[in-house]
Design a protein around this ligand. Structure first.
Ligand code: KIV
Length: 267
């Protein structure tokens, strides 16, 4: 494994070579060190921290100050992986708010890419951020920040119209300047088609094996969450003696395309 820091250009090169990108969420310095040591390519300080660290039922209560705090913790622990950080709920409601929030995440939190949820309404914001030199990761499919509007955490893109909207938004995000795309909980066939269509890397979660990379919530893949895990996740602690071994097994499973397996692809 090369120890050179990973950049958006490294990830684009991995896509071009067909090398799967292994991503995990990360929220603190000790896990950042551990994830780096086993070759995780991208660490996402996701606003999922509102659920897995803070115990909220949704990501909506998470604030920009909290995102900056956790991003800075991860940034201090990591040396190699690319650091992507979520803009929390309403931080991207206008391009001006998004630019201010991205400034905090990059200058105080050490973010190298900012991620924002949403399709067509976010295009102007993506353009404005990239014009200012902010690399953007778009996020389409299931949008957890919109859970109250959607009425639950539901798979998206299962009918013709919504699949077409996701396909269209994915191309538009790339044209607006996005460097990466996360596709969450969409049918595997749709995600593969989008990954083939785009030149930017497409990272899937609950989106099948045809994406350019995979991301899971750290606490889900370590079996740390009470209750039933998401159907697309896997408990990588099973049969392992340490957290390091479990994360290493995840990286190897993504790189060999063994994860996600057939029964971990819901649609
Ligand atoms: O917040 C998060 O952890 C995310 C992933 C689920 C992609 O956005």
């Amino acid at each position: 494994m090369s120890l050179a820091p990973i950049t958006v250009a490294t990830l684009a090169g991995m896509k071009a070579k067909g090398e799967p990108i292994a991503c995990l969420t990360c929220y603190d310095a000790s896990f950042a060190r551990l994830l780096d040591s086993v070759g995780v390519d991208l660490m996402l300080v996701g606003d999922s921290l509102g659920m897995v660290l803070q115990g909220h039922r949704t990501t909506v209560p998470v604030t920009i100050e909290q995102m900056v705090y956790h991003a800075a913790c991860v940034s201090r622990g990591r040396e190699r992986a690319l650091l992507v950080v979520d803009l929390p709920f309403l931080a991207s409601a206008t391009p001006e708010r998004a630019i201010d929030a991205a400034g905090c995440l990059m200058q105080e939190g050490g973010a190298e890419v900012v991620k924002l949820e949403g399709g067509a309404p976010m295009l102007d914001t993506v353009r404005r951020l990239t014009e200012q030199g902010v690399p953007v990761c778009a996020h389409l499919g299931l949008l957890p920040q919109s859970v109250h509007r959607i009425g639950g955490y539901r798979f998206q893109g299962r009918d013709h119209a919504s699949a077409e909207a996701i396909r269209h938004d994915a191309v538009a995000m790339q044209e607006a300047g996005a460097s990466l795309l996360v596709l969450e909980c969409v049918p595997a066939a749709l995600a593969s088609e989008i990954a083939l269509m785009l030149s930017i890397p497409v990272i899937g979660i609950g989106a099948g094996a045809g994406c350019d990379g995979q991301v899971l919530v750290l606490h889900d893949m370590l079996g740390l969450n009470p209750g039933r895990p998401p159907s697309f996740s896997r408990n990588f602690m099973t049969g392992q003696v340490s957290i390091g071994d479990a994360v290493d097994a995840y990286v190897r499973a993504v790189k060999s395309r063994e994860f996600p397996g057939r029964d971990e692809i819901p649609y």
